[in-house]
Design a protein around this ligand. Structure first.
Ligand SMILES: Cc1cc2nc3c(=O)[nH]c(=O)nc-3n(C[C@H](O)[C@H](O)[C@H](O)COP(=O)(O)O)c2cc1C
Length: 419
């Protein structure tokens, strides 16, 4: 099912002016490796919106104060202001002009020259939403910003997308979130019809405030289906960690299907660093058991299937295939061992969780174990050093008395905070 975007209704003709004193431009950049998002603010010096008398889209003129970027970290802010990034000493203002020209499916799309770092390459800007309530005008717009086009050379590959229109500010943080530019909402107060001079109004709760970020891709909304109670029980509420296993075999086809399900769950920059070694019963299994902690030996020996989950320390070699629009990210990871190791372990661990859920989704029980000698397993099974073990998982149908007593879980009062 799809939802069709509502066509934009033109506001009254005139000029609308933002009040810089109560306006903040919000910028959000997503880390390349998914280890967190960076948010920052940037002050708006001036902005006005002109709506013509005829059926034309509004034009937006805005100037952001590049030097005002605030991200809560003085080192990062210094980097952003430096000559290799925004060079705010030489180019303290980021002017933006959006002249929306084409109107289709409820959006106006047009050129939006955004001058950052003193370079004004044309950027495709969009006004996705224009709404008027009384004298207030609310706009949503966005643009995809390319740091390279703006001549930003610092931290190459680390700040691909900075968000916000009409005045985005690239951040010196790893970003590869491949979503189009995000937008913010800004309220403009009508300053007068086009014949009258613009007057800036004092702030109040209806005037411009800091940004909301929305995703421009949301004009078509796919409907998602919901797991029923039985599905949730299979994956979560009834699912248990198995400690004994029935003799019923698990086929290689089932084991392959587990990965073919787990692989669809997300990883940052689509890196997918998890690797799996299935260890069949026999000599290989006996060798594996010798590296398990004593309490894990019997179940690892008797499970119909056992997976050694590992991180591929050269996962980035696949980036040109897995992230084809950003192949040079491979070199970024190549040059930064700390980032590479952190991203590999973080995403492989995420995938290990998905893997356990995929086992359950296939009607099997999982028995994950961290109790093993990783150095011994790696030497025995991954002698070239490229894969490194992170978890061993027994897989099969539960045997007699398979579960330990269910342990308590933290309640939402102990785990959730609201901001
Ligand atoms: C990362 C991880 C490591 C674990 N390591 C061991 C282990 O070495 N030995 C073991 O007997 N159980 C191990 N477990 C099993 C947990 O103790 C078990 O999943 C948890 O208590 C929840 O049990 P339940 O699913 O039956 O509620 C591990 C589980 C996870 C997720």
């Amino acid at each position: 099912m799809t939802a069709i975007a509502t066509p934009i209704v033109l506001p009254s003709a005139g000029r609308y002016r933002s009040d810089p004193a109560c306006t903040t431009v919000a910028v959000k950049a997503t880390h390349l490796v998914g280890l967190g998002a960076v948010t920052a603010t940037c002050a708006l010096r001036d902005a006005d919106v002109t709506v013509g008398e005829t059926n034309t889209a509004p034009t937006v003129h805005a100037v952001s104060d590049a030097g005002s970027v605030a991200s809560g970290t003085s080192t990062r802010e210094g980097d952003i202001r430096a000559p290799t990034f925004l060079d705010t000493a030489a180019t303290p203002a980021i002017p933006v002009e959006i002249r929306a020209v084409t109107r289709s499916t409820g959006k106006w799309t047009g050129g939006a020259p955004i001058t950052a770092h003193g370079v004004p390459p044309p950027v495709a800007g969009t006004l996705a939403h224009v709404a008027q309530r009384g004298a207030d005008l609310t706009l949503k717009g966005g643009a995809r910003i390319d740091r390279d086009a703006h001549g930003i050379t610092a931290a190459k590959g680390k700040a691909w997308l900075a968000a916000g229109s009409p005045s985005p500010s690239p951040l010196r943080e790893p970003t590869t979130d491949p979503t189009p530019g995000r937008t913010r909402r800004r309220r403009h107060r009508q300053a007068g019809r086009s014949r009258h001079p613009i007057t800036s109004k004092p702030s109040n709760d209806e005037t411009i405030r800091s940004a909301d970020m929305i995703d421009l891709t949301d004009t078509i909304s796919p409907a998602l289906s919901k797991l029923d109670d039985a599905g949730r029980a299979t994956l979560f509420t009834d699912a248990r960690t198995a400690n004994t296993f029935a003799a019923t075999p698990v086929s290689d086809a089932e084991l392959t299907a587990i990965w073919d399900l787990a692989k669809w769950a997300p990883t940052s920059a689509n890196t997918q660093p998890l690797r799996i070694l299935y260890v069949h019963p026999g000599h290989a299994r006996e060798r594996l058991v010798t590296h398990m902690n004593d309490g894990n030996k019997a179940k690892t020996a008797s499970a119909p299937a056992v997976a050694v989950l590992a991180v591929d320390t050269r996962f980035h070699d696949y980036i040109p295939t897995l992230l084809p629009f950003r192949p040079e990210l491979k070199d970024v990871f190549d040059a930064d061992e700390e980032m590479r190791t952190g991203a590999g372990l973080f995403n492989a661990t995420l995938q290990a969780g998905y893997f356990i859920l995929a086992i359950r989704a296939h009607g099997l029980a999982a028995g994950p174990m961290a109790g093993f000698d990783a150095t011994g397993i790696d030497a025995a099974f991954f002698p070239d050093g490229r894969w490194r073990s992170i978890l061993v998982v027994n897989i099969g149908h539960p045997g007699p008395n398979p579960w330990f007593a269910r342990l308590p879980r933290l309640d939402h009062e102990d785990t959730i905070r609201w901001a």
